[in-house]
Design a protein around this ligand. Sequence first.
Ligand code: C2E
Ligand code: MG
Ligand code: MG
Length: 723
Amino acid sequence: MPLSKEQLFSWLKNVGEQYSTGVVIIDPSEACLPIVYYNAAFTNLCGYTEQQLIGKSLSVLNGIKTDSEIETELNYHLQQAISNQFTILQYACDGTAYWNFMTLHPFRDAGDTVQFIFLTCEDVTELMLNKMLSKLEREVYIELDRDDELETILNVITDQIEKHYIRDAYCAIHLVQPDGSIKAVATGSLPHSIVEQLQTVEMELLADCSGTAIDLKEFIVAEDVLNDWRCEGFHDSELNSHIVTCWAKPILNQQQKVLGSFTLYFNEKTELKRTDIDFLNRLIPLISLSVKYAEQKQQLSRLAYYDVGTNIPNQHYFNNELSKWIVEGHEGLIILIQPGEYSNIVELYGRKAGDELLSQIVERLNQHSGNHEEFIARFTNSAIIVASKYKLTELDTYDFRVRQLTIIPYFINGKELYITLKLGIGFFSADLSAEDCIRQADIALTKSRATSGTKVVFFEEESDAKLQQEMDILNQLSYGLQHNEFTIYLQPKINFETSEIEGFEALSRWNSHVLGAVSPAIFISAAEQSGKIREIDTLVIKKVLSWQQQRLIKGLKIVPIAVNISPDHFYYESFINDFLALLSKYNVPTQYIKLEVTESIELVDFSKAKDILSTLKSAGINSSIDDFGVGFSSLSYLPQLPFSEIKIDRSFVNAMDDPGMHAVVQTIVQLASNLHMCAVAEGIETLEQFMMLKAMGCHTGQGFYFYKPMPLEEATTLLDLKL
Ligand code: C2E
Ligand code: MG
Ligand code: MG
């Protein structure tokens, strides 16, 4: 006997009472599909008391974030009484959202007319949030894999949360910047007009985190931002119309340092529930991971594109950027800049001082960049490279800029240092590859290094052949040193009063089995650049000492011999000790050897030069300042440096016909006399020059007019003859 509708209803109600999950019965005979029964478990789920929902349609449970498509589907199934399952977002009596998993069971009578629809309901909020989180995690990993920017990744997070989170909220992620300020990195759908103001609020909230009152693992909740003391920045009407409550959670790294904040903003008063806390607590590690990943990525790119010592972009970076400019059709200059004293500074004060010098040069370059677009990188340990959209017609201003770089001393290791700069300039344009453009500037730099003082050299085609020659020299230097290809020549220094040989200058000679005779003017600078100069100087010293030792032993006439010492060697930490050790090894008294040091040395470090010269002097060793007048030394330093001799450079002696130059030489001779130093004129080639110098009061000189540099055997004969 089939059940009547009432009997069926009472039977279904009875079944509903037994259910531990929610049950709702709907009467489909009425168009509005009213709820005719729901059990206690459903009351627990939605918060409506027993009678509140009776007679109402199920759609009263829907709300702002309920998916309207699911809603339509559900209604259709209810109307048609088709059994099916739906997961739909509904809202409880207090406005909180929950996910309801519903199964529809239609009950029909014998005539197949639907009597009731029996709905079982299950709260699957946690499951859905977990699902959403897994989906979000997957998306974030995909973005991370794709190597996307941190901003993109964090924006995916905020967007997804706003879309899928059960609550209607704005979502934002703020990150602490290196300068301590806070930046909104991802802001979801927050109106642009209030994003900036929110940063102040975040600052307040995060400042609150650093106090002890709040456990960093907890949320910072401002339930009523208008009246919350932490949200002072919130008194803006536009802001308040959007935001009433906010929940912020600090993003921490493993050391518990605050990296930023994750915040949900609501436009109504709302309470933080357990499910929210659980969900959001799982979300934070995902954000931290993204931030950490982005930091690592940044670090990697810094390592790949920045020089660690100076934080200046590296060559890699430069090549990339230059290639881009070339492809875009830009033209301009490539400038390589190298401080002439870089290696001395590194030897004296260490690598950090070298880094510091380059950083200071870059700083000065940036101060004087004018309106020119450019970028700067570290080219090698000792050189900086600049690509600049300077035009050829503007080179005058570039010259001015270079001068600005050297006018004021650099402050390194607590000392003021004047430096010289070597500049090699090439051009970039679409005609050449980035690599070739750089190579040309490099060739020009090599040329500029071979001259003294601050020097700008432009690339010229013919430099190629010279470069090849320099390469050959570098290749052959080591071989020559190991295979006795170096000898010394001596050039007499003549006393103008007595015409006696007062001493000699030792000059190294290299007869390479491959290159033939190579001029010191070429191989000395190559040896200085390749670090071989100490070997050459030491070899010369040994040969000189050995010659002197033989003469002493044989009781022959003996005069002091001067050896040339390159600045690199002069500043080498063990120079003095090594030198004195050699003197005692060969048993040659100190008055029989002198040192000649080129003029620019005192520019590197005045006080260090002073120390070395004083120590040498107290050991009885006299020193000369060589090539005086050529470099950039300040005359005011000279009185304080214990040189015994000033060697007037050949170029001055050569040009004495000119009245101006005559006066310069005269001044140098007088200066030497005032300082109780001996003035020695170099490169005297004619009788006139000799007479002029003598008339000026110069007492000593050397040059082809008297003698050319000669091999040791010849010097032996010469000195023996004079006896
Ligand atoms: P310097 O020390 O100024 O040496 C004088 C140079 O002038 C020598 O050139 C010498 O041969 C040349 N000279 C001398 N009298 C005359 C003259 O009347 N007319 C002309 N035209 N030239 C004259 P050199 O031997 O070619 O050496 C060039 C430079 O190389 C030297 O200049 C010195 O700075 C450097 N040098 C030479 N030997 C050594 C060495 O063993 N160690 C170091 N560190 N430098 C060296
Ligand atoms: Mg010399
Ligand atoms: Mg000289």
